[in-house]
Design a protein around this ligand. Sequence first.
Ligand SMILES: Nc1ncnc2c1ncn2[C@@H]1O[C@H](COP(=O)(O)OP(=O)(O)OP(=O)(O)O)[C@@H](O)[C@H]1O
Ligand SMILES: [Mg+2]
Length: 285
Amino acid sequence: MPNEHILHLQDVYKGYDGKVILRDIDLAISEGEFCSVVGPSGCGKSTLLRLILGQELPDSGSIHLEGKLIGTPDPRRGVVYQKYSLFPHMTVLQNVMLGPSYLGLDGKTSASKKEIEEKAMYYLKRVRLEHAAHKYPHELSGGMQQRAAIAQTLIVHPKILLMDEPFGALDPDTREQLQVFLLELWESMGLTILFITHSLEEACFVGSRLLALSQYYDSGDDKYLHGATIVEDHPLMRVAHSTEIKQNPQFQELIASVKSRAFDPSLRQHIHDFNLKHIDSFRTN
Ligand SMILES: Nc1ncnc2c1ncn2[C@@H]1O[C@H](COP(=O)(O)OP(=O)(O)OP(=O)(O)O)[C@@H](O)[C@H]1O
Ligand SMILES: [Mg+2]
């Protein structure tokens, strides 16, 4: 079995009620990669995340995490959603302490409350929220809540951090700040991230690798029934720390190109024309 990649999906198909949603998903992700996944609304991005999380099973194909077939959700995959990742009746600190209280700390099953609290404060510092440790989620801004949710996930050392539209409910300025924040955190902590968004600009800005999932392509089958697959998989040229790059013509060209190739129902590129230039891109058929 392949185990050189942290995450390896092969020939994955998933449908609901007889309708194919995801078709022939092939994806290999190495440690330290920051993959952003973009695609038209309803194409199956969250479904893909649920499969990787182990919340649902593929109809066929395999998903391996660190060489092992994935089972039900466990702390090897941390997840941050758009909202509601925090328990409203607990303080920020209590929320961050929750995972280790059940799962142990740094591999130890019997950590004391004091040790867990110290570690939780360490992660709150990493996300610049130590001053809000004793506040409740509703006392925090949306951006602060998302940073707390990230700390809550990181404290259990997930092998891969899964994020589903994590900044989707934020105002544009906060969203941009959080994009830069996440890039810095990824770099300083050596995280592996799969980041789902339906914003093309966000997908092209965050991350080291861009993946587009789309149902708009020509498979030779009935074009409306075939399901979404990966139509773009390529490195992003640089890791941006400044949002100035968003004004750059090349950045705008990238957005326009992905937009037409993955989001335009009338432009149906053939399977053989997909832009799969990442070193780990592959298609099995
Ligand atoms: N449990 C389910 N039962 C039946 N159909 C489902 C289920 N979950 C998702 N679907 C359908 O599968 C398709 C993909 O849904 P999914 O939520 O994965 O899309 P998405 O790309 O995340 O969309 P969005 O951009 O709106 O978040 C949709 O047509 C949705 O209606
Ligand atoms: Mg979704």
